[in-house]
Structures are given as structure tokens and as C-alpha cells.
Design a protein around this ligand. Structure first.
Ligand SMILES: C[S@@+](CC[C@H](N)C(=O)[O-])C[C@H]1O[C@@H](n2cnc3c(N)ncnc32)[C@H](O)[C@@H]1O
Length: 205
């Protein structure tokens, strides 16, 4: 199962250009606006989970953040992001790992995940993710989570996803996190369609 998923994502990043996938954003504005609104400093330790080729990391570097980890199951996606960043890629700690197997060596202040968590369908894996995020965050640590909303598509990259609303996000994370706020956003895909996302900010209890 795990290998099947890795293969799926390696194929995606081998076969498609950055702007040929539905989740492409030239600038991840919602994530950036939320991150800027949080009480972080430039040394805050940030991880982008399932980052793929996202340009969030470029923007975080431009803002001056200097303690950034980028994780993805796909080695190819990481290689493409590294190539795009050129010399700046040396400033990033790159991690190729399935989130289900991730064992961080240090703690984070911010855990960002746009459209990776929503691929988890198994309640055990979902619970493990919540426990992992909790144990990986410092006191006061936050999650910025972008998932498809309950009005969003049933699938992403051909794979079924879990869709969330304010109540279900709050419930799923309630053991360890408080939902601080949330917003909906319509993501325009490169294929002239829109996808409704729910962005949630969760604070470690
Ligand atoms: C829909 S893309 C979103 C990419 C990026 N977050 C963005 O907003 O542009 C989902 C990403 O999650 C990664 N991913 C999927 N399942 C994963 C897992 N179990 N562990 C780590 N990464 C995973 C995929 O390789 C892919 O890059």
C-alpha cells in the first residue's frame, strides 16, 4: 500500500510539469497570509508536510524564515523543488518520507500541510497523524491545514480524499489541538475549474 502510494506520487512528478497538476499555485497566498498572521519569528522552526513542488518554501525564505524543513513522499518532487531553488536549496532541510513513517529529530513551531493530510482515509492513520503532529510541535505550536472542504472534490490526483468541515476538523484533532480559526477558499486550478478548500489553524493544547 505504502509503496503503491510512493509509486503514484513519483509517477505524477515524473510525468507532469509544475503547472500541470490541479493543486498548482504560483503563490500560495492563503497559506502565506495565515502564516504571517501567526506569532512566529524568523527562527521559528517550520515544516511543510507533503510539500511537493509547492512554492511556499521560496516565499518563506523570501520572508526571512531560516529554519525550514520540507517533507514529501516523492523524491522526484523534492529534486524538482531543489532545482528550482538553486543555491538557496542549501538553506532547507529536505526530507523524503511517507508521513506515516516520519520520525522527526526535533520539534517544530509550525506544521503546514496543504492537500496532503486529506489523502489519509484510514482512521488509524488519521489518528497517528494527529498524535505525530502533537508530539512534533513545541508548546504553543500551530498547524495550518488545508484540506478539501465538504463542498470540495471527492478525489485529488485520482485518489479518494477525506473532506472536512469546521466541525469534523475540530473533532479529528480535538484530543491534542484546539481549532483557532478557519476559512474557506476557492482554488482556481490550471484547468479552469475551482476546488473549495478549508484552511484551519489548530493550536496545540
Ligand atoms: C495535492 S499535492 C499538494 C502539494 C503541496 N502541498 C501544494 O500545496 O502544492 C499532495 C502532496 O502530498 C504528497 N503526499 C501524499 N501522500 C503523502 C504521504 N503519505 N507522505 C508524505 N507526502 C505525501 C504528494 O507527494 C504530493 O506532493
Amino acid at each position: 500500500m505504502e509503496n503503491k502510494m510512493k509509486l503514484h506520487w513519483e509517477n505524477v512528478y515524473n510525468e507532469k510539469n509544475e503547472n500541470e497538476v490541479s493543486w498548482y499555485q504560483k503563490v500560495p497566498n492563503i497559506s502565506l497570509d495565515i502564516i504571517k498572521s501567526l506569532d512566529l519569528n524568523l527562527n521559528s522552526k517550520i515544516i511543510d508536510i507533503g510539500a511537493g513542488e509547492s512554492r511556499l518554501v521560496d516565499n518563506l525564505l523570501d520572508l526571512g524564515f531560516n529554519n525550514i524543513d520540507v517533507l514529501d513522499i516523492s523524491k522526484k518532487s523534492i529534486e524538482k523543488a531543489q532545482k528550482r531553488l538553486g543555491l538557496k536549496s542549501d538553506k532547507i532541510n529536505w526530507i523524503v518520507s511517507d508521513i506515516n513513517d516520519f520520525k522527526p529529530d526535533e520539534k517544530y513551531d509550525l506544521w503546514h500541510d496543504r492537500a496532503a493530510f486529506h489523502f489519509l482515509k484510514d482512521p488509524v492513520q488519521i489518528n497517528n497523524y494527529v498524535v505525530l503532529a502533537n508530539s512534533s510541535l513545541n508548546n504553543n505550536g500551530k498547524i495550518v491545514l488545508g484540506t478539501f472542504s465538504s463542498n470540495g472534490p471527492l478525489k485529488c490526483s485520482g485518489l479518494e480524499v477525506s473532506r472536512y468541515n469546521q466541525k469534523s476538523v475540530s473533532n479529528v484533532f480535538s484530543k491534542c489541538f484546539t481549532l483557532l480559526n478557519y476559512q474557506h477558499s476557492n482554488h482556481p486550478t490550471p484547468f479552469d475549474t475551482t476546488q473549495e478548500f478549508l484552511f484551519s489553524v489548530l493550536s496545540k493544547k
